[in-house]
Design a protein around this ligand. Structure first.
Ligand code: GLC
Length: 364
């Protein structure tokens, strides 16, 4: 049959081609406006840094962190803790870690596990390492030799972080250090997730210098984000650059655009390298008089931006400074908790958290 001089079979072919072109065009159009593919998912999601400056390590009786806080953290909606372990000062002349320190670490790991939390063992002697890379490297290898063997039978919910915020003297030797430490860890923990960040205190700006073994896919790449320091570290007494700065605010459209652009940069790198990402530290100093509403606004913006990009995040920190939890009042700092876990368990006093089993740890 002919239709206005065109054979029906030809007409059908033309219609089919047109349909292919339309569908193809649509998919090109939708590709152009599409979100880029998601990053490899991190094995952890929302966390808190703990035990940064707690005397509990060598003097459990003086510790501020109570065993029931593991359950308190879990019931508030977090799924992991990052443990700041400064073990180097507790090593003897042959770099053996004091057994009491390791027993405390066992206690931390066992109680985190019992509460259903993943746990990152983070070697946190970054200040010492920054000013003595030679000794640091020796001690870091000794630390990981002992810790890797000790926790080799732990489940995958126990993660290792080679070194917090490598900087200064560590900068030029960081890639070699990563390779050496990974060799030690992989000898006993071939599949353990190892957390590693770029030099210069885990800043996004130095990501391109980071060398990771391409065939090791059990690496979680971390970065720390306190930008702008003029806001997050204003009035911080330990920081010569910002200790006398006050009255800084955050939250303008420009501030938010910078945050989004910085995280886009991190995500673009991770997508290219096919690595999951952990924002391992962020927060705003609490002792400076910066209004809590501003600090929580900042914390909320960063946590949400991280989630939007598919990054796990870990707030600095539970107790000590930047606090999320007030151990004196035994209660969450409501606005900070709500900024971290919106609509989650709100500012519940810790006493009301369900009692959980507390166990003594031994991983040897
Ligand atoms: C740093 C450190 C931490 C310090 C915090 C605030 O990056 O990892 O020990 O207290 O950030 O300055």
């Amino acid at each position: 049959m002919k239709f206005r001089g065109v054979r029906c079979s030809d007409l059908m072919m033309m219609l089919r081609l047109l349909a292919v072109a339309v569908v193809g065009g649509l998919s090109v159009a939708s590709c152009a406006g599409q979100e880029p593919p998601p990053l490899p998912p991190p094995p952890i999601h929302r966390g808190l840094n703990i035990l940064g400056s707690d005397p509990i390590w060598m003097n459990p009786a003086a510790g501020r962190f109570r065993p029931e806080y593991f359950a308190t953290i879990k019931s508030a909606g977090f799924d992991f803790v990052r443990v700041a372990a400064g073990a180097m000062r507790y090593m003897d002349a042959s770099d053996q870690i004091d057994p009491r320190y390791l027993q405390r670490m066992d206690w931390v790991v066992a109680n985190a596990r019992a509460a259903g939390l993943s746990v990152i063992i983070d070697e946190h002697d970054f200040q010492f390492c920054a000013s003595n890379a030679v000794l640091c490297r020796r001690k870091l290898l000794a630390f990981w030799r002992q810790v890797s063997i000790r926790y080799r039978r732990e489940p995958s919910t126990v993660l290792f972080e080679i070194l917090n915020e490598p900087k200064w003297q560590m900068d030029p030797v960081w890639n070699d250090t990563i390779a050496d430490v990974l060799k030690v860890i992989r000898a006993t923990n071939p599949d353990r997730t190892v957390v590693i960040g770029p030099r210069m205190a885990n800043k996004i700006q130095t990501l391109d210098d980071l060398r990771l073994p391409d065939d090791d896919r059990h690496i979680l790449v971390t970065f720390h984000y306190y930008e702008p320091h003029s806001f997050s570290h204003q009035g911080a007494p330990w920081d010569p650059q910002w200790k006398s700065v006050h009255g800084q605010t955050w939250g303008s459209p420009g501030d938010r655009a910078t945050l989004a652009a910085d995280f886009d940069r991190m995500a673009a790198w991770a997508r290219r390298e096919r690595r999951p990402v952990l924002l391992g530290e962020f927060g705003a100093y609490d002792g400076s008089g910066t209004p809590i509403a501003q600090r929580s606004n900042y914390v909320d913006a960063i946590a949400r931006e991280a989630e939007k990009h598919g990054f796990a995040w870990c707030y600095w920190q539970f107790d000590g400074d930047f606090i999320a939890y007030d151990v004196q009042r035994n209660a969450w700092v409501g606005p900070i908790l709500n900024a971290l876990i919106p609509g989650g368990a709100s500012a519940q006093p810790a006493e009301k958290a369900p009692a959980k089993r507390v166990v003594r740890g031994s991983s040897q």
